[in-house]
Design a protein around this ligand. Structure first.
Ligand code: DGY
Length: 353
């Protein structure tokens, strides 16, 4: 190739480094590719700016789930689709997008809302946002453990509603100690590991069960691998951190809950369908276990008539594991960069298929 030709082959590219509040963001400024990218719901900055600079960005300005007919309408002709929990991305959505669709970028670490087999068949890459939300979700897991064990929500309500009549009383809202208790972690991925780390600060004994045993983390965090059955029998708090798939669907059912201590709590910040919710409600009604702290449910949102809402020994949150300003913004950055890096063939693309 002559020098003259080589000159025209050189890609025009420059970097801008922005330093905001101590965080460095490296924006690669490429010649924009004006492919259509569709984002199913409004995501925070810097996600939209990253995409707007390089693609023809179409973003639903609302945060609630699109009706499937609207999703199908809007996704037409997209090269990339950014979706999130509650969006059902199946063959009909992929058909509507058409053959241009190359990437489905999940604005989440979980990807059970995407038909992965269908994406594989069509050679569509599916990406997610690992690393950035594990600490935030581990924090929330601990909030649930503490709130459930120490009756925080009921006690708060007691004060607000003016029911607190007698000052300090010997038996007001007696709960269970978290420090020194045994924590059973099901699933020792990123989030499970960070929950184990936090438990050390509470002098908890940590046991875990996971698909794969991790001896390095065992020695680093002084935790012990046990069978699922032993974990359920020994734990004061059982915390679930597995992804939802055909093996984990309803892995905690009546027969498993029966193994737990009467004084134990079940905590779930992973996916609701890992627990058979009907079995859990019945176990709580019959005092088979002491309580549950849940951020996720079989069907979201749950209705006011869902049995869980009628039980005083549950703490129920509306799927907010990763919900901090900082983390949602980092998730938006990673999800947007997964698309940019894929089309520009460089940088990290967090592929899950
Ligand atoms: C995830 O990312 O999968 C969480 O459930 C929502 O942030």
């Amino acid at each position: 190739m002559s020098n003259e030709n080589r000159k025209y082959k050189i890609k025009i590219e420059f970097h801008i480094i922005l330093i905001t509040e101590g965080r460095q963001t490296n924006y690669f400024m490429d010649r924009p590719i004006k492919h259509k990218v569709y984002v199913t719901r409004k995501i925070p900055e810097p996600g939209p700016s990253i995409l707007k600079n390089r693609f023809q960005l179409k973003m639903n300005p609302r945060v609630d789930v699109l009706k499937s007919e609207n999703l199908i309408q809007n996704v037409r002709g997209a090269y990339a689709l950014m979706c999130m929990l509650g969006d059902k991305i199946d063959s009909s959505v992929m058909d509507a997008a058409g053959p241009n669709l190359k990437v489905i970028s999940c604005y989440s670490v979980g990807y059970d809302h995407v038909d992965i087999d269908e994406a594989v068949k069509r050679k569509i890459i599916v990406t997610n946002t690992p690393n950035v939300l594990a600490n935030t979700t581990a924090d929330l897991t601990f909030s649930l453990i503490l709130a459930a064990a120490r009756n925080l929500i009921k006690a708060d309500r007691h004060v607000r509603t003016g029911d607190w009549k007698f000052g300090w009383t010997p038996d007001l809202f007696l709960g269970y100690d978290v420090h020194g208790s045994t924590l059973g972690i099901i699933g020792l991925g990123e989030i499970g590991t960070l929950v184990a780390k936090r438990a050390r600060g509470f002098d908890m004994k940590v046991i875990y069960h996971s698909k794969t045993r991790n001896r390095d983390i065992e020695s680093e965090l002084d935790i012990t691998y046990v069978s699922l059955e032993e974990l359920l029998e020994r734990s004061d708090f059982v915390s679930i951190h597995v992804s939802l798939n055909k093996d984990s669907f309803h892995m905690i059912d009546k027969s498993k809950i029966k193994l737990m201590k009467k004084t134990a709590f079940l905590i779930n910040t992973s996916r609701g369908k890992v627990i058979n919710e009907r079995d859990l409600i019945s176990a709580l009604k019959n005092n088979i276990i002491a309580g549950a702290g849940l951020d996720v449910y079989d069907n979201e949102p749950i209705s006011r008539s869902n049995g869980l809402t009628q039980l005083p020994q549950t703490v129920l949150l509306p799927h907010i594991g990763s919900a901090t300003f900082m983390t949602r913004s980092k998730m938006a950055e990673v999800a947007a960069n997964n698309i940019v890096n894929f089309f520009h063939k460089r940088g990290i693309v967090y592929k899950i298929n």
